[in-house]
Design a protein around this ligand. Structure first.
Ligand code: NAI
Length: 285
């Protein structure tokens, strides 16, 4: 792999566990960092479960599964976990204050040559770089959920990211078997800039009574060949996540076409967050 052997993944949640999984599977030594042993154990359990699925489908052997797991070390101390990193991928909670803290600690403790990448969906890579003394080595590596299955990675250039850092990161994504796409550091990158306004418009259609939820989704699955309707997808992503990304687009691009639909806001206020809360645009057991 492109001069990168030691990878630190910060955050062992939905995305961090998937990112640790694919790097370990490609042969890297991974230090997985989270705030407690319990959170780390949950992350490892997710990796085990997903490796189990790959094994069932005969995509990997038992030996590959065991080797992958052996390559993941668990750390609760970020400074310690980043000390040997060639590359750090940050996948902590999507809050500026939390990420700022993590990037400042990484800047102090990761080797000077290490690349600091973020999996953020909506926070500016240029801003994250500006929290460090090495903005030229800060980049976005935006994976998609579930990471072991989805091949796309948006590789996001901050204003100061160098070509060399971009090239290494793109090469790394290819080494993982992914398909990297180069994007500039604008709110929502390409994926959420296009996806979220579509979801938001579907919610407007629902609110205005253009059609009911099921029919809106049917139009997009049967008519546009989308594998999943926008309202089902919103429930899957989490309505709170959709709302907060729309708010970022609206505030940072300053165009009213990005205003979040009042019905989306109302659902979030009521705690109807989609699959994870059992109720969104549709009901779940
Ligand atoms: P999550 O809530 O599942 O996991 C976040 C993890 O970060 C938690 O385990 C939390 O304990 C840990 N954490 C928080 N502060 C920390 C700190 N200071 N040090 C170490 N660990 C810390 O969140 P999820 O969904 O995995 O999202 C992580 C990032 O990935 C966010 O930036 C999100 O925008 C981005 N993302 C999420 C996608 C998704 O579908 N869930 C898709 C693409 C990007």
């Amino acid at each position: 792999m492109t001069n990168v052997e030691n990878v630190t993944v910060v955050g062992a949640g939905t995305m961090g566990s998937g990112i640790a999984h694919v790097f370990a599977q490609s042969g890297c030594a991974v230090a997985l960092v989270d705030q407690s042993e319990d959170l780390l154990a949950a992350g490892i359990q997710t990796i085990e479960k997903n490796l189990g699925r790959q094994l069932e489908k005969e995509k990997i052997t038992t030996e590959e599964r065991d080797q992958t797991l052996r390559r993941v070390a668990q750390r609760t101390d970020l400074a310690d976990g980043a000390a040997e990193a060639d590359l750090v991928v940050e996948a902590v909670t999507e809050k500026e204050a939390v990420k700022k803290d993590v990037f400042q600690t990484l800047d102090q403790h990761a080797p000077a040559e290490a690349i600091l990448a973020s999996n953020t969906s909506s926070i500016s890579i240029t801003w994250l770089g500006a929290q460090t003394e090495r903005p030229e080595r800060v980049i976005g590596m935006h994976f998609f959920n579930p990471v072991p299955m989805m091949s796309l990675v948006e590789v996001v250039r901050g204003l100061e990211t160098t070509d060399a850092v971009y090239d290494t990161t793109e090469g790394l994504a290819e080494d993982l078997g992914k398909d990297p796409v180069e994007v500039a550091d604008f709110p929502g990158f390409v994926s959420n800039r296009i996806l979220m306004p579509m979801i938001n418009e579907a919610v407007f259609c629902l609110m205005e009574g253009v059609a009911d939820a099921e029919d809106i989704d049917t139009v997009m699955t049967l008519g546009m060949n989308h594998p999943m309707g926008p309202l089902t997808l919103a429930d899957f992503i989490g309505l709170d996540v959709c709302l907060s990304i729309m708010e970022v687009l609206h505030t940072q691009l300053g165009d009213d076409k990005y205003r979040p639909c009042p019905l989306l806001r109302q659902k979030v206020t009521a705690g109807h967050l989609g699959r994870k809360s059992g109720q969104g645009f549709f009901g779940y057991e």
